[in-house]
Design a protein around this ligand. Sequence first.
Ligand code: FAD
Length: 479
Amino acid sequence: LSETLEKALADALGPRAVTTEREAFAVNTRDWRGRYKGEARCMVQPTDTTSVSKAIRICAAHSAQVVPQGGNTGVCGGAIPDRTGKQVILNLARLNKVRSFDPIGNIATVEAGCILAEVRRRADEIDRIFPLDLGSEGSCQIGGNVASNAGGTGVLRYGNMRDLVLGLEVVLPDGRIWNGLRGLRKDNAGYDLKQLFIGSEGTLGVITAAAIKLFPKPRASATGFVALPSNQAALELFLRLRSVCGARLTAAELMSKRQLAAVCQHIDRAKSPIRTAAPWYLLAELNDTDPSADLRRMLESVLGKALEDGLVADGAVAASSREADAFWHLRHSVSEANVRSGRVVSHDTSVPIASVPQFIERAQSELSAAFRDDYALHFVGHMGDGNVHVVAIFPSTHNDSDLACAAATANTVVHDIAVSLGGSIAAEHGIGQSLRDQLLRYKDTVELDLMRGLKTWLDPAGMMNPGKVVLPNGGPRLT
Ligand SMILES: Cc1cc2nc3c(=O)[nH]c(=O)nc-3n(C[C@H](O)[C@H](O)[C@H](O)COP(=O)(O)OP(=O)(O)OC[C@H]3O[C@@H](n4cnc5c(N)ncnc54)[C@H](O)[C@@H]3O)c2cc1C
């Protein structure tokens, strides 16, 4: 029977929907950072929800495991098949229609394969914004954003993807289609099932469409880039901005000196707007829907007072939207700059906001004790979310096994610190395959049991993205 899987898929979905030549989908079997490489027997690209359902039923009948894949921009190997060459990649790129825009309800209903940047552009056309803001917006897809519960730079004001989803359409592992695409702001009629699939990383079903929240377009904005003497000063400046500017504060992005230097070294058109060298930098943005709001003055007033009080060493407020874009270019280029700097071991931890300085200090001192000079340490993150990425960059000469060894040590150091401060080992990127075993070290056994129970209930055959997030029967417990 298994020999006929590809034929059954091609018969049901059309020959163009199934790619069997491995070279033709080689790029879909590895991640963009080059950390994960798998094999797959074929790649399927359905163009509508019914075809996704058919594909899932056929794969189930052939006992073939399915790896859902969006834009393949994820950073924890969630969309990459294993090395057996037996799994099927279900790529959602062609399921990419915008079904509707509702400017009264402020809702867009879009299919999973819609590219984030395109959804944002379409929202802009009707004078709205979709506020999910990621450096990967040109490639990542709404389905991938939902499945990974993406965060990004707008979380402070608008929340993460979980906060932006009103309804979902999902193909379940048995092939049934659940139409939960209700665009209701209030709906307490039973369990909130969409929450199960948001952040499930392809392990519970295939998200085929989402009803997402739009917001009024800001008409006034101000963006500042400031140099800070310490990370404690960054926290204090953030608290001042939050208390003075309230909901107008839409971003507070932290960057260490070495991180900024790496961006300026490796990225075209990246230049710090500040001459003064400082250990820390914060990019802050204010937005308001009222065009007459004088946000520039508000920002300058908070920064001016902070300068007098010694919290800020130097700063620049963008004089034009072009200048603001140049500030954001520095922030959005971080991932690319880091990849060009060497071999990256990145962490996606969150801690309570008040503990950010302590977290950074401890990570700095414990990692330098573990690695001495054989690495560079960058910090970048979303100050207002307590989500600081600790990025250890090892020399390009490190081979895969050197890197795996270094990653194991760095992960344990950083995750232990985050968890000891009441934090999480996975703030916004998810678990995928990279943190699956780490999860066993840090999650409470009751929580793990509930997760395994949900997985087994929805996907008893274990066909959806196996080996990612949680293993139904446990797996190695790290000590
Ligand atoms: C330059 C850059 C910057 C980034 N910045 C951020 C950031 O600031 N914040 C952040 O949170 N992330 C960030 N990311 C990570 C990544 O872009 C996001 O996680 C994004 O949401 C992934 O979307 P994707 O379509 O590429 O999903 P993929 O990488 O294809 O998949 C991610 C996971 O979702 C599953 N999946 C994908 N589509 C579906 C579907 N339709 N149904 C079910 N499961 C599915 C996959 O199996 C996989 O487990 C960044 C990545 C890059 C390259």
